[in-house]
Design a protein around this ligand. Structure first.
Ligand SMILES: [Mn+2]
Length: 273
């Protein structure tokens, strides 16, 4: 674990990093449970300084609280209990997946603390199925569950290029704008505070192949960073980075990319304080 992911005690930290290494419902390539450890490992390869934000990770008090153990079948419930502990501390929590399912317990806890907030979802996939392979809470239904909790009016999706006809129909009926519209054209319509959920398969597989469900036609790294920087002056509640699977392909190149996304997110989230 690198110093700049954990340069503060929990009590003094502005940003808390927590690994949620869960991939039990993975339908294609399991392995994202190893994501948090590989992101920490690959953080050795990146600079603490962000040229995009002219700021260093050393400017932020960060505490890495390690991973929630991947053990029980009631893992989502267990994750919720752990997440609640950290969100109660009124600090910015950035969680590392694991598969996308991990967003559900986080949003359940946030909804108890905040009456209204928006969720901005970066992903290749709609994740709007009501159930998938007999499961109501899984990586393919996560945004449907999020919509059930916070209201679909508060859900915004970007980078989407894969889903069933029903999912796209639902998306079209639910949102006030087209999922294919660039983020910059709707950023000012998004009500604050905002939670950011980043499935790294929003990037093109040519950019980041180590994901559990690769999908062609994704955005470039520069496009993603540019989109994330739009949130710099917004009130952000927290964020997650999910679906990086180090065993799917080139773990170190992809892991370094994810570690840089994490660096930018830490700096964005802490700048809202
Ligand atoms: Mn996805």
């Amino acid at each position: 674990m690198k110093l700049y992911y954990s340069n503060s005690t929990l009590d003094n930290a502005q940003v808390i990093i927590l690994g949620l290494p869960y991939d039990r419902t993975s339908s294609f390539l399991p392995g994202s449970r190893f994501g948090p450890e590989f992101i920490r490992l690959c953080s050795e390869n990146i600079e603490d300084y962000s040229p995009y934000q002219n700021k260093s990770l050393y400017d932020v008090k960060i505490c890495d609280c390690g991973d929630v153990e991947f053990d029980t079948k009631d893992w989502v419930l267990k994750a919720r209990t752990v997440v609640e502990k950290y969100i109660n501390r009124k600090k910015y929590l950035i969680t590392l997946g694991g598969e996308h399912t991990i967003t559900v317990p986080i949003i359940q806890v946030l909804k108890e603390k905040y009456e209204n907030f928006s969720l901005v979802h970066f992903d290749a996939h709609c994740d709007l199925r009501d159930e998938y392979l007999g499961q109501k809470i899984c990586h393919a239904t996560v945004m449907r569950r999020v919509g059930d909790i916070i209201g679909f009016d508060n859900l915004y999706q970007f980078g989407i290029r894969s889903g069933t006809q029903d999912e796209f129909r639902l998306a079209k009926n639910l949102y006030k704008f087209d999922v294919f519209k660039p983020l910059s054209s709707v950023i000012n319509n998004i009500k604050e505070p905002i939670y950011l959920s980043i499935d790294v398969d929003v990037l093109d597989p040519g950019v980041l192949p180590a994901v559990s469900t690769p999908e062609p036609g994704g955005v470039s790294y520069q496009e993603l960073i540019k989109a994330l920087l739009l949130f710099k002056d917004k009130k952000i509640l927290g964020a997650d980075i999910v679906e990086y699977n180090p065993f799917a392909a080139s773990p170190y190149a992809s892991g370094s990319t994810v570690a840089e996304i994490l660096r930018e997110l830490i700096l964005i989230v802490s700048s809202t304080q």
